[in-house]
Design a protein. Sequence first.
Length: 506
Amino acid sequence: MADPSTTADRAADPAAGHLGGPAPGDEPAERRLEPVIGLEIHVQLATRTKMFCACALSFGEEPNTRTCPVCLGHPGTLPVPNARAVHFGLMIGMALECEIALRSIFHRKNYFYPDLPKGYQISQYDTPLCAGGRLRDVRIHRVHLEEDAAKLVHEGASGRIHGAAGSVVDFNRGGTPLVEIVTEPDLRSAADAADWLRLLRVTLRQLGVSDVNMDEGSLRCDANVSLRPAGTSDLGVKTELKNMNSFRFLERGVDAEIARQEELLRAGRAVVQETLHFDPTTGSLSPLRSKEEAHDYRYLPEPDLVPLAPTPAMLRAAREALPELPAARSERFSTELGLPVDTARMLAFSAELGDFFEASVAASGDRAGADPRELANWVVGELKSSLGDADPTSSRVRPDALAELAGMVARHEISRAAGRQVLEIVAAEGGAPAAIVEARGLARAGEGELAGVVGRAVAENADAVEKVRAGKTKAMGAIVGAVMRETKGRADGEEVRRMIEERIRA
Ligand code: ADP
Ligand code: MG
Ligand code: ZN
């Protein structure tokens, strides 16, 4: 939300919020339009069974093989809430610093669609499980439990379903436990929205409550977008972009919608409240339904379920199951270990890299070795690039080997370039860094060895020496390069530079 003190000032200013009319000179700040974005996220919970029946969750099995009378909506069946889903819902609410309702109600959300056999979805309405939390600087409006709908499979994609033409329904997904997370409209750019969603995703992953896979639909995001004159606090008319199913599409879709709304508003026209579909291949936005066609869901309390009242034991179990979350870990890495914010985030947002880093810090211990900042650079730099997409636990480089290697570089026993070479060897073949350095003669070229090499380099690069003498320090690179080539990267750059300078000045 905008700072209330500044928005009050702006509200008193009659020019604030005025659009249209020629701008004299530079555009005043009041005419800048500020994007306002709120997200609605659906998370499939990684339980063993469905939300209200004992069917196993489905991962691409033959259609309609994971169903029962309850999730097929047969009359006379009764839903039974999944305790594990409630536990996960509580964990998510607590991780997002929400208030947990001591008594929340399931409602029937009524609408007709072929993927909804009961004619209603069991969801939560005015008393959700959790409300009023926060993740980073974004307030959470609510977190509630519900069941997923089934899936319509359209002809073409459906060849394997009994050769049916038209559309068929695969009920395997119907009844999968979902948590819906709704933010307050606190995001201010498409990039920020994608960034925040990344944080939410790693947080949910760390909680272990979901696969959080956007491709497979276990994490789905709708984005609500509006614009308003910068510095004002009233919300503009919003549109809703459905199913932004990758971080890139979310960012591109929101940016496209911001541009579309800005063009409308600048032309003095109004934004119409509607639901939009973003086509990532063409970059175009098309209406799905307008406010007039909005559903009236006729919510009514689910008569077959008693209110959900978590017991003290359930609340305790959820709290005890909370791991250290990425935001807190990143904070700890920067405040306690002195890592730059970006590096801290990179390590904390990947549990495996973060664990690897911490293990290498522990292995480095009190020995005069690399400090945490240097270790972090090795992990997010050399190690990460040698890994590609692979998980560090599958690498032959172990945390203690990395600590040993970084320590040798920090103590100037080997050059950084040689350190990189050793890391590559360990990654490919395994082995102990010290032994590799010994066996391959990678120890740093000492001053004795260097003296001769530096002497030759200076003699053979008279041009560069002249330039350096004339103050063109860049020319130094050629001489340093010659020494590095001859020592195959075993020399320490700083030391070489110093020795060259001494010799030139002599
Ligand atoms: P709806 O009733 O259309 O679902 P809600 O008020 O429940 O709208 O809000 C749904 C989502 O839209 C929330 O994430 C909220 O933060 C966001 N939102 C609401 N109003 C606006 C607005 N004017 N601009 C941007 N986002 C908004
Ligand atoms: Mg909504
Ligand atoms: Zn079932």
